[in-house]
Ligand binder design. Structure first.
Ligand code: MGD
Ligand code: MGD
Ligand code: SF4
Ligand code: MO
Length: 676
């Protein structure tokens, strides 16, 4: 490995932009991380978080070797052991458990701390399939909305974001794109400069994204479907729909026309808090400006009615025929275009018992406390559930169980890692070989090792190889090299968009674009092969077949709807334990409307206790007008450093959303009181 030079790389974080990176190396160390100007979408610009990535890679607190817990669970006291001992301890415990309680007593728990395909959903899947462990439903992020979108559009297929520079109206709907999808903002700003495009932001919180809008529309949480239906009402009433598109490419527009009569602007205004005149103005803009593009965010989707929200809003571009126009349409997610061969990569055939139970990751607390037969061992990797999962107090109580054998594989001593019996050090993505597929743009990228492995750390792929050996699994699949696994994943004739993308060419080119064709004219993967404004499949599954506004579940008698969203300088809880990023973000705030503050005698800068039936948090208040009365918002998944009580997920519900087993982080209610 060369000690000096500039090396092409890819950002591994769970972020739609998936930037191309250049890593500058001196004497074997990364000294600078910058954007790769050659990358066609991200064009050399990256966020502040990753510009400071070297601070994280070489943070003195990074885990260097395997350890065994010597203190109480959660205390964070460990002693060094060898890899041999770690693997022997884990596998002998698991063999005993499989003997006594069966393999389903073991639960893997992971998400996308590193988006690399082999490390996030490759060798691990092979291993747990072979074991017959409980399966994890990975529903914490966007599954409700993905199911909702699929009912309307047939799969995760939207428009090419590169086309959105042609848009004249760009609606950021429930997405804090300035923090979470910065290159979509760059494209929108280019469209504003070149075409005079207008940027509209619909959000419950006027945050960084709201501040850059030409028009910011504040809305009450969980009511967005009603607003979308109100827009449809006006589009039909004022004949602003594209009849020929509706006729050719949709089913159910006549039913929809009748159905939306009930969503008149007065009714919708009552529900959403958006003034009647603004509903008219927005609908008329949407009905007359072309091309118009909607970026559908994750926010309104993290509600009880989140699936139906995405299902509803994704009907809008069909009404105006925008899918046919370059720069028009919508993006909820684009992961469909780069789907690889999971049958070959994950080997589901190794799972003999097809009835193996499935546990929803949003219900981790329940799974550890009440599920029967009980979970006796938890293996956590690429995820930090003690901070990111809802009903945080239940999760911690579960992790404290004496009879639960916990293994955590991470780069840092996260809040979750403090509960581990065995703690394993993970490599950073820059030490591994892997491939990356964006769920927003259409490029696949490759990572090859740029730096030597840090201390004794190992990649997920390597750890599962060792665990397989320790368990005595003899399938050759556990010996496949990274290059072989990549070739297997890319061999996917069922996905024509992957044509021409292979390991060797990726190595040569660093990034390759999927061979994507526009969605229309064309046929979708819905049962009718058209956009389903009316969905028989939804009806069969017990949902209203037409887009419908369903109010949030009443979550206790608390005065405020609580919106704990991500922040600018962390990536979920990643970076929440890196001093550089903490200092950039300073401290979490609770944003409160000045009317509410006045009524409860709270002043800007006051320390408050935010509480409900699930838990409490201590936060500093920021009084102003960036949330509506009755709403409080905060940003960031902060670690509970030295008992600061900043763990927002102690307050969030583990109710399951209407679709896809999704999370309802933003549907909780809280009370707020000033600290004495
Ligand atoms: N800087 C940064 N970037 C990130 C992340 C991060 O933590 N930090 N996380 C990454 C991940 S995993 C994901 S999934 C994405 C998520 O990124 P986004 O799609 O932006 O989703 P959120 O940030 O969850 O919420 C977006 C917005 O929805 C608003 N919101 C909440 N409820 C409602 C509602 O009912 N209606 C409306 N209209 N708005 C509502 C919130 O105020 C917030 O501004 O970002 C990724 N990128
Ligand atoms: N209140 C609230 N809660 C939320 C959300 C919200 O908006 N509000 N957002 C939700 C969403 S959308 C998501 S996606 C989840 C995300 O939740 P998580 O998936 O837990 O994401 P992170 O907090 O980034 O934690 C990822 C962990 O993986 C580790 N890691 C990174 N690379 C590797 C690797 O290669 N191997 C191993 N073994 N470990 C690695 C990192 O060090 C980090 O500790 O959080 C959810 N929780
Ligand atoms: S976190 Fe997102 S914006 Fe930042 S470098 Fe990574 S992909 Fe790019
Ligand atoms: Mo996410």
């Amino acid at each position: 490995m060369e000690l000096n030079g500039v090396f092409r790389s890819v950002c591994p974080l769970d972020c739609p932009d998936q930037c191309g990176l250049l890593l500058h190396k001196e004497d074997g160390r990364i000294v600078k991380v910058e954007g790769d100007p050659e990358h066609p979408v991200t064009k050399g610009n990256i966020c502040n978080k990753v510009r400071n990535m070297a601070e994280r890679i070489y943070d003195e607190n990074r885990l260097k070797y395997p350890m065994r817990r010597i203190g109480a669970k959660g205390e964070g006291k460990f002693e060094r052991i060898s890899w041999d001992e770690a693997i022997a301890t884990i596998t002998s415990k698991w063999k005993t458990l499989i003997e006594s309680d069966g393999p389903e007593s073991i639960l893997p728990y992971s998400f996308y701390g590193n988006m690399g395909l082999l490390n996030a959903e490759g060798m691990d899947r092979r291993f747990f399939h072979r074991m017959g462990a409980s399966q994890l439903d990975r529903s914490i992020c966007s599954s409700a909305g993905s199911v909702g979108y699929r009912y309307t559009m047939g799969g995760s297929y939207g428009v090419d974001p590169e086309d959105t520079i042609h848009s004249k109206l760009i609606i950021f709907w429930g997405i804090n794109a300035a923090s979470t999808n910065m290159h979509q903002v760059a494209l929108a700003q280019k469209a504003r400069k070149n075409n005079g495009a207008q940027i509209v932001v619909i959000d419950v919180h006027k945050n960084q994204t709201g501040r850059l809008a030409d028009w910011f529309i504040p809305i009450l949480p969980g009511t967005d479907s009603a607003l979308a239906l109100g827009i449809m009402h006006i589009l039909f009433a004022e004949n602003l729909v594209d009849s020929s598109f509706l006729h050719q490419y949709t089913v159910g527009y006549e039913e929809l026309r009748g159905h939306v009569i009930q969503y008149d602007p007065f009714t919708v205004s009552e529900i959403t808090g958006v003034p009647v005149d603004d509903i008219y103005k927005l609908a008329r803009m949407y009905g007359t400006i072309s091309p118009s593009f909607i970026r559908i965010g994750n926010g309104p989707q993290h509600h009880d009615n989140g699936g139906m929200f995405v299902r509803t809003v994704s009907c809008l571009p069909a009404l105006t025929g925008q899918w046919l126009i370059k720069g028009g349409g919508a993006i909820k997610g684009n992961s469909g275009y780069l789907t690889t061969n999971t049958t070959k990569l994950q080997l589901p055939r190794l799972l003999k018992n097809k009835q193996t139970r499935v546990i929803n990751m949003n219900l981790l607390g329940e799974a550890l406390l009440t599920v029967d037969p009980p979970v006796k061992s938890l293996y956590v990797y690429s995820c930090n559930p003690a901070v990111v999962a809802p009903e945080g107090n239940k999760v911690r109580k579960g992790l404290e169980r004496d009879d639960l054998f916990v293994v955590v594989h991470d780069l840092f001593l996260t809040e979750t890692a403090k509960y581990a019996d065995i703690l394993l050090p993970a490599t950073s993505s820059f030490e591994n070989t892997d491939i990356y597929t964006s769920y927003w743009h259409h490029y696949m990228q490759i990572q090859q090792p740029v730096i030597e492995v840090y201390g004794e750390s190992k990649s997920n792929v390597d750890v599962f190889r060792l665990l397989a050996k320790g368990m005595g699994y003899e399938e050759s699949a556990f010996e496949d090299t990274e290059a072989e696994m990549i070739a297997q994943a890319l061999n996917q004739p069922a996905n024509p968009y992957l044509q021409g993308i292979d390991f060797e060419t990726l190595v040569e080119k660093q990034f390759m674009k999927a061979a994507v064709r526009p969605l229309f004219p064309g046929k979708l993967r819905t049962p009718s092969r058209k956009i389903e404004l009316y969905s028989k499949r939804m009806k069969a599954n017990g949902y209203p077949p037409l887009p419908t506004y369903i109010p949030l579940v009443i979550d206790g008698e608390h005065p405020y709807q609580f919106i704990p969203a991500p922040n600018h300088n962390f990536l979920n809880s990643t970076f929440s334990n890196n001093q550089k990023h903490i200092s950039l973000e300073k401290a979490p705030r609770l944003y409160m409307n000045s009317k509410d503050a006045k009524a409860s005698g709270i002043k800007d800068g006051d320390q408050v206790r935010v509480w409900n039936q699930r838990g409490e948090c201590l936060l500093k208040v920021s009084v102003g007008d960036n949330v509506l009365p009755g709403v409080v918002a905060t940003q960031g998944l902060w670690a509970d450093l030295e008992g600061t009580k900043q763990l927002v997920n102690t307050l969030t519900p583990d109710r399951i959303a209407d679709m896809g087993g999704g999370a309802t982080f933003f549907s909780g209610r809280v009370s707020v009181e000033k600290m004495k």
